[in-house]
Design a protein around this ligand. Structure first.
Ligand SMILES: [Zn+2]
Length: 150
């Protein structure tokens, strides 16, 4: 099945960011509702499960390799893999969403939306590599459900 309303995958966009934007494009406020409607698993999306990624490629028309190129995948034993390198999970900070306000403004000007970057999730990265400015931090939502990204 191919969704009638899709979006292009943007440069190095993470898979969760892309799925969140696809959910929003299809009129859903919560990405979990989209995932459930499509009979997918959010956990498998986060793990880049190959069958789930293929289903998302079929739904959106996006290339499978492009869908995973901007994301990290847990590989077990306390590590994740990003761009072919295994790094300790302790390198990631998933308790808050960091972003560069200049990148976000530029994204919206050029692409009409912004997207998550895996580099922003690295705990030790506090400065945007492109702009040299401190990353801002969004507090996690108070409810357990994930809102689609703005
Ligand atoms: Zn930036």
């Amino acid at each position: 099945m191919r969704l009638g309303l899709t979006l292009p995958l943007l440069p190095m966009e993470t898979l969760p960011s892309f799925v969140s934007h696809i959910a929003q494009r299809n009129g859903l406020r919560h990405v979990q509702d989209f995932v459930q409607d499509m009979d997918l698993s959010w956990q498998k999306i986060l793990q880049l499960d190959p069958d789930t990624v293929q289903e998302l490629a079929d739904l959106t028309g996006a290339d499978v390799e492009a869908l995973v190129a901007g994301s990290f995948v847990p590989v077990g034993d306390g590590f994740f893999c990003f761009r072919g390198r295994d790094l300790p999970l302790s390198f990631l900070n998933r308790s808050a969403l960091k972003y560069c306000p200049h990148c976000v403004a530029n994204d919206r000007d050029v692409h009409g939306r912004t997207w998550g970057r895996v580099l922003w999730q690295l705990d030790s990265l506090q400065v945007c590599p492109a702009h040299g400015t401190m990353l801002d931090v969004l507090a996690p939502p108070s409810n357990a459900r994930k809102l689609v990204m703005p």
